[in-house]
Design a protein around this ligand. Structure first.
Ligand code: GLY
Length: 387
């Protein structure tokens, strides 16, 4: 009898915990307190924090062209949007200016990640004309990598021994800056390139179950596909968790700008594939196909991108399953299993992300883009709940 009472009490506790509303404001406050620690550390070094190394020390962005640089000032913009506290605006402004010169670099596709998540977010909040110009300049650099025969923006210049014209699914996120550049300038050339890129990717990057390959290598002579492979996933036919997140976020975002139903359909299909592959705690292993227990590391960054994308998808479909799933992901990321203890982990908010497992890069550590998309998702949920 006593045992039965204990079991019933635990079950009642669990179910009330499950039904409890997720307190977005309190979570944002906790995140802000933690991120203040990272802001102070970053001013002390005058560098942009990228991730934590295996010893728990902050790894700073080293190169002028580091694809992750926009996320730290971008996260500061998110906190400014939420709090209106000038310290976040000043931080965002200061740190994004550390890499402003990279806007003219045309040797990579990562310019959207770098400049839209920073200067672009800043422009939305401040209407600072100088930020707008940076977004336009970076968009010019990005479209210089477009090839009309392939119908895509080339992702990388490195790896010439492995591919000829590589396009990675991650590139979908860079299109957001191009859609915005057309709105900012009134010139549709950026948007047309974004649409062509999205269409070519839709045609070639997805398997029948709507999982995505990481890399598609094109023949620039005629636009045909040479091969499909991976760079950061487990193997060429596996589903790299963050790759699926870029696909889900990318097509949802393309629908935002175009209202083309085929993008919404694609996003819904990707959403179903991801949902079917999420584990019990809603945070994926870094690749859905990992079976070896020794390398089963979680990727909180992919989960944060999913949450943000599912919330945007909910706004177009009003399918509450997407919102519930996003809430479950956010609850999990906000639990002690993923959320750093105050003052620990250098001030990064989330633990347990994976950057590039096959190259032994940033495995099971805090990474700045996980925090950026987590904050974005929390703010999206807050706005949805307030509607
Ligand atoms: N290249 C972006 C990523 O690692 O997800």
């Amino acid at each position: 009898m006593k045992k039965l009472i204990i079991v019933l009490t635990v079950l009642a506790g669990l179910s009330s915990c499950k039904n409890q509303d997720f307190d977005v404001d309190a979570t944002l406050k906790k995140a802000e307190n933690q991120f203040s620690v990272l802001l102070d550390a970053s001013y002390a070094e005058n560098k942009i924090p990228r991730s934590l190394d295996e010893h728990g020390n902050i790894d700073w962005a080293k190169r002028k062209m580091d694809w992750t640089q926009g996320f730290f000032p971008g996260a500061c913009w998110k906190l400014y949007e939420h709090t209106q506290d000038a310290k976040w605006k000043e931080g965002a402004h200061h740190f994004q200016n550390l890499f402003i010169d990279a806007k003219d670099i045309n040797t990579t596709h990562d310019l959207g990640f770098m400049f839209y998540c920073s200067f672009g977010e800043g422009y939305k909040l401040t209407k600072n004309e100088a930020y707008k110009q940076v977004v336009i300049d970076a968009s010019e650099s990005l479209i210089s990598r477009y090839d009309s025969v392939v119908g895509c923006i080339k992702s990388w210049d490195f790896g010439k021994d492995r591919w000829t014209f590589p396009v990675i699914i991650d590139n979908m996120l860079n299109l957001e800056m191009l859609f915005e550049a057309s709105i900012l300038t009134g010139n549709d050339k950026y948007k047309h390139i974004a649409i062509n890129h999205a269409n070519t990717t839709l045609k070639n990057h997805f398997r029948d179950d709507y999982s995505t390959w990481h890399v598609v290598d094109y023949n620039p002579e005629d636009g045909s596909v040479f091969k499909k492979l991976t760079h950061q996933g487990l193997h060429n036919e596996s589903s790299w968790a963050r790759g699926q997140s870029w696909a889900l976020y990318g097509y949802t975002m393309c629908y935002r700008y175009t209202k083309d139903p085929k993008y919404l359909e694609q996003a819904k299909n990707i959403a179903a594939f991801v949902k079917a592959n999420l584990p019990e705690d809603f945070v994926p292993i870094w690749d859905f196909d990992v079976k070896d227990k020794d390398i089963m590391y979680k990727d909180a960054s992919a989960a944060a991108v999913y949450a943000s994308a599912y919330l945007e998808l909910y706004t177009y479909t009003k399918n509450t399953a997407y919102k519930e799933l996003a809430e479950n992901i956010l609850k999990s990321l906000s639990s002690d299993a993923y959320f750093s203890e105050f003052g620990k982990n250098g001030g990064f908010i989330l633990e347990h992300s994976v950057g590039n497992f096959p190259r032994n890069g940033e495995i099971d550590v805090s990474i700045n883009y996980a925090d950026y998309y987590y904050l974005e998702a929390l703010l999206r949920l807050k706005h949805i709940n307030e509607e």
